[in-house]
Design a protein around this ligand. Structure first.
Ligand SMILES: Cc1cc2nc3c(=O)[nH]c(=O)nc-3n(C[C@H](O)[C@H](O)[C@H](O)COP(=O)(O)OP(=O)(O)OC[C@H]3O[C@@H](n4cnc5c(N)ncnc54)[C@H](O)[C@@H]3O)c2cc1C
Length: 378
């Protein structure tokens, strides 16, 4: 894809990551790729230089994830570890938390998972019930359940979104806690998923998990601001994940359609094959423009405008990805379903970007209410 709207630095980063991605390819070893990407400074590209990072932002980190995805080797945990957890700690953590986590997240030696989703709350985060109580000695006691939390088995800790309650209104006051994996009372169980991915999803139970006062990231009274400082990068990075995957699938289909001949010309000469591929290319390119806008606004510190753009980018990228993968599989005919070509498993993988981290419908709700000023149905 052309990227004329990008700076030379961004183009150079894109090309360098693409080279790394192509070296690893579709049959990549995620641990090896994680280590290689970290060594080259790609995982910590958004983290502050003072803590071992590259001093860039979500713009740079999203380029890294998109290009790895386009090469067939996306790293899902990039959405979580450097983008959500790294950003939140860099923006709101204490100096000790920064020292303890940022250099290790940047050099890839440690990773952090992120848990907000709950079985009885789902898309309605205001209903989460994981509750933090203050115990003797200034400790916290955290109790609750989470579902679909990615990468908990490998992550050194999980950043858990709990709540303290506003005594007057009962409204959600989210607060974020770093919970090391081996903390007593913290248990995780793998959820069998119909996904071919190395990152697994887990159900968590937290039963009076005792944490020191320093486990709290940021201010317990900061409200939604600190949470969205992590959720907006998550949406932008999910867009990057989806665009990368869509580009990968589309490239396979284009290569195939140029060669495969069952009449007199390659199947790519039939407009029924060519036009949907062209449409997908346009839709991915448009989604990428929106993603770049969202990343730009976020990095510029405009959290409010970035929120709207991040939602729109995630929506556009998720839809473009689902469509591109569907069309790619179809373009390959029977080969679209073979293990040799490896495209069919992307059908499930592509759907993740439509449902997570915020579903298509919840984004349409957001735009209906926040942008268009229409009334709410719920
Ligand atoms: C592979 C994968 C990895 C994940 N990793 C993580 C992770 O690391 N950490 C984490 O915290 N979470 C993670 N999640 C969870 C993900 O964020 C949730 O699945 C998502 O937020 C949707 O919540 P839900 O599954 O409970 O669906 P529900 O909220 O139950 O929604 C079900 C359906 O109803 C629709 N719906 C709900 N409310 C409305 C409404 N008001 N109007 C219209 N439609 C509505 C939704 O759009 C959806 O289609 C992951 C999920 C998957 C699949």
């Amino acid at each position: 894809m052309p990227h004329t709207h990008e700076s030379e630095e961004h183009q150079a980063l894109r090309e360098a990551v693409s080279t790394l991605g192509k070296r690893h390819g579709r049959n990549f070893d995620p641990d090896q790729l994680w280590a290689d990407a970290a060594k080259l400074g790609y995982l910590g590209v958004n983290l502050p230089e003072a803590y071992g990072g590259g001093g860039g932002g979500i713009s740079e980190l999203s380029i890294v994830l998109e290009e790895l995805g386009a090469a067939g080797c996306p790293l899902l945990m990039m959405i979580v570890s450097p983008a959500i957890c790294g950003t939140v700690i860099a923006r709101f953590g204490t100096d000790t938390q920064k020292q303890q986590w940022l250099p290790a997240l940047a050099d890839g030696t440690r990773t952090m998972a992120f848990g907000i989703t709950e079985p009885d709350a789902g898309s309605n985060s205001h209903r989460i019930t994981t509750t933090a109580r203050i115990a003797a000695g200034g400790n916290w006691l955290l109790t609750g359940r989470k579902v679909f939390i990615s990468g908990v088995d490998k992550a050194d800790a999980t950043l858990i979104v709990g709540r303290t309650e506003d005594a007057r209104t009962g409204a959600l006051k989210p607060c974020l806690f770093i919970v090391p994996r081996d903390t007593p009372g913290f248990e995780y169980r793998r959820i069998p998923m119909e996904l071919q991915a190395t990152e697994k999803q887990f159900e968590l139970t937290l039963d009076d998990v005792r944490l020191p006062a320093e486990a709290l990231v940021g201010d317990e009274n900061a409200g939604l601001l600190q949470l969205f400082a992590g959720l907006n990068p998550e949406r932008i990075m999910t867009a990057a994940f989806a665009i990368g995957m869509g580009r990968y699938a589309l490239a396979q289909a284009i290569t195939y359609a140029r060669d495969r001949t069952v009449w007199n010309q390659p199947i790519g000469a039939h407009q029924a094959i060519a036009h949907p591929l062209a449409q997908s290319h346009i839709e991915l390119e448009l989604a990428r423009l929106m993603m770049r806008k969202a990343a730009y606004l976020y990095d510029a510190g405009d959290d409010v405008a970035a929120g709207e753009a991040a939602n729109m980018a995630k929506y556009a990228a998720g839809e473009a990805c689902v469509k591109a993968v569907d069309q790619a599989v179809h373009t390959l005919g029977g080969n679209g379903l073979t293990s040799e070509f490896g495209l069919a498993s992307l059908i499930t993988a592509a759907r993740v970007s439509r449902i997570a981290p915020v579903s298509r419908e919840m984004i349409l709700n957001y735009v209906s209410h926040q942008t268009l000023g229409l009334p709410k149905s719920y």
